[in-house]
Design a protein around this ligand. Structure first.
Ligand code: GSH
Length: 247
């Protein structure tokens, strides 16, 4: 059996899969791509995922994309340490959370993340280098995002995304008032798949998520951060260096 993971390190969608593998203590061949050096757009990687995005799991030569799907796949194929509730009601609640994250929460957090990252990665790139880079991005939507990251997102869009983040944090806080984890009494993929987005919010939007504004959500973040699997994932994971003109 061979299991390979192509990922971008412990953040965003890659983090979901890294946490799932660590909770289950599954061994795999690690291929970390430097996303700020655009290794995800290299022809070799685009052959693996024509969307030019991570994470990608390769199990015995078969390719699986989409982070939430990968996590569910891993839980089905490696059922020791289950991460999906056995009870069908709570399993449905888990799916409602992962769907909410994939269709709503992840997008608003991602816009603020790209706005912040744009300043660091593409805003000062020479025009010709930037255009050559965008030409290699496979997805039209991602080309648009990289352009927005370079020039700055529309302030009206940023305001709307901030509203959506506030709504998402309120939803987290409300569910965590009723229970310890997002899909019942056990830690599950609902928590794992929400954590990467939620853990970015205190930094991106402290007014929406802080000890004062969302104490239960903050305690939940801490509880996940203190798990040994989470610590293991973050241990020794340095921040990647962006590409500068000439290197
Ligand atoms: N729906 C996909 C989204 C994957 C995705 O957006 N990956 C990001 C990293 S979190 C990526 O590869 N971004 C680099 C790029 O688009 O250039 C999933 O959940 O796996």
């Amino acid at each position: 059996m061979t299991l390979e993971l192509h990922h971008g390190g412990p953040g965003a969608n890659s983090l979901k899969v890294l946490l799932t593998l660590a909770e289950k203590n599954i061994d795999y061949v690690d291929h970390r791509l430097n996303l700020v050096r655009f290794e995800q757009h290299e022809p070799e990687f685009v052959k693996i995922n024509p969307r030019g995005q991570v994470p990608v799991l390769i199990h015995d030569g078969r390719i699986i994309t989409e982070s939430t799907v990968i996590c569910e796949y891993l839980d089905a194929v490696f059922p020791a340490v289950p991460l999906r509730p056995r009870d069908e009601y709570w399993r449905a609640q888990m799916r409602i959370w992962t769907k909410f994250v994939d269709e709503y929460f992840c997008w608003c957090v991602s816009t603020l993340g790209w706005e912040a990252m744009g300043k660091r990665v593409v805003r000062d790139m020479p025009e010709a280098a930037f255009e050559a880079f965008v030409a290699r991005v496979p997805l039209h939507e991602q080309k648009v995002k990289w352009r927005n990251a370079r020039h700055g997102f529309d302030p009206a869009l940023l305001a709307e995304e901030r509203r959506k983040i506030r709504f998402s944090v309120e939803k987290l806080e409300a569910d965590l008032t009723e229970r310890k984890w997002l899909a019942g009494d056990e830690y599950s993929l609902a928590d794992i798949c929400t954590y990467p987005m939620a853990s970015a919010v205190p930094r991106l939007m402290p007014e929406a998520m802080s000890e004062a504004a969302a104490p239960r959500a903050m305690a939940w973040l801490r509880a996940i951060g203190e798990r040994s699997a989470t610590r293991q994932v973050f241990a020794g994971a340095p921040r990647p260096t962006p590409l500068k003109a000439g290197n």
